[in-house]
Design a binder for this molecule. Structure first.
Ligand SMILES: NC(=O)c1ccc[n+]([C@@H]2O[C@H](COP(=O)([O-])OP(=O)(O)OC[C@H]3O[C@@H](n4cnc5c(N)ncnc54)[C@H](OP(=O)(O)O)[C@@H]3O)[C@@H](O)[C@H]2O)c1
Length: 230
């Protein structure tokens, strides 16, 4: 029985990953904050005869991330999927320190702590998947806070990849372009949802990368809309 942890599985890309990975051979540890939304993801997984275990923790607080790591228990994970994230768009001159710290806590510190706490127990053939973004490679006006976090996670993950390579643990990075999820509800401005990717595409990419033989690492997947940038 495989054991996968997906953070931010209560909606959007995380839920799509959970639906894609759901199977009778797999226990999914599904993290989120919103109890009802997470319960819906659990039901979707169970409808595919998968086992779902909900984990309700606020990733803004390192102490809660530690509690979650403890709750996951001593049994090793086959995959840690760092997906939970927050976005914000505003000129750099208007970003408050609280907003900056929140972005960093959820998008960088939480994946750092989860990786640090959980990777030591992982075995050869297991994987760490990071949901990055095209914002890990390019800057966009108004996106400095968000890009800062994705560039930071990119640097962290590249180094962790090399540290874990001798143990046969893969670090698989996924770089989606704009994807139609609720993350955009909190982003200022008009954004053409019809040009965005669907979250299912990201779920497919994660499932593909995880499904490769243990000795094969699909280390970086760019997912772009053929019509170009928004
Ligand atoms: N959508 C895009 O265009 C896009 C493109 C590239 C990369 N990404 C990345 O993909 C990942 C998922 O994004 P999404 O579009 O699916 O976003 P979403 O629909 O807004 O979902 C975000 C998820 O993160 C969780 N989350 C947010 N803040 C949290 C906190 N403080 N503590 C715990 N959980 C928290 C949410 O949980 P609750 O709802 O339960 O709070 C939710 O499950 C993010 O890392 C994002 O940066 C998104």
């Amino acid at each position: 029985m495989k054991r996968y942890l997906i953070t931010g599985a209560s909606r959007g890309i995380g839920r799509a990953i959970a639906e894609k990975l759901a199977s009778p051979e797999c226990t999914l540890l599904l993290h989120g904050r919103n109890r009802e939304a997470l319960a819906k993801t659990c039901r979707l997984v169970e409808s595919k005869s998968g086992k779902a275990i909900p984990l309700l923790y606020d990733l803004r607080r390192p102490i809660r991330v530690d509690k979650m790591s403890e709750a996951i228990g001593p049994e090793p994970l086959d995959a840690l999927i760092n997906n939970a994230g927050v976005a914000m768009v505003k000129p750099f001159g208007e970003i408050t320190l609280v907003e900056w710290d929140t972005l960093f806590a959820v998008n960088v510190t939480a994946p750092f702590l989860l990786t640090q706490r959980l990777a030591p127990k992982m075995q050869t053939g297991s994987s760490i998947v990071n949901i990055l973004s095209i914002a890990a490679k390019n800057g966009f006006p108004g996106w400095s806070g968000y890009c800062m976090t994705k560039f930071a996670l990119e640097g962290f993950s590249q180094c962790v990849r090399e540290e874990l390579r001798p143990r046969g643990i893969r670090v698989l990075n996924i770089y989606p372009a704009a994807t139609n999820t609720e993350i955009w509800d909190a982003v200022q401005g008009e954004w053409p949802r019809e040009k965005m990717l669907l979250p299912e595409e990201i779920g497919d990419a994660v499932a593909y990368a995880l499904s490769r033989p243990a000795g094969v690492a699909v280390e970086n997947i760019d997912l772009l809309n053929l019509t170009g940038r928004l």
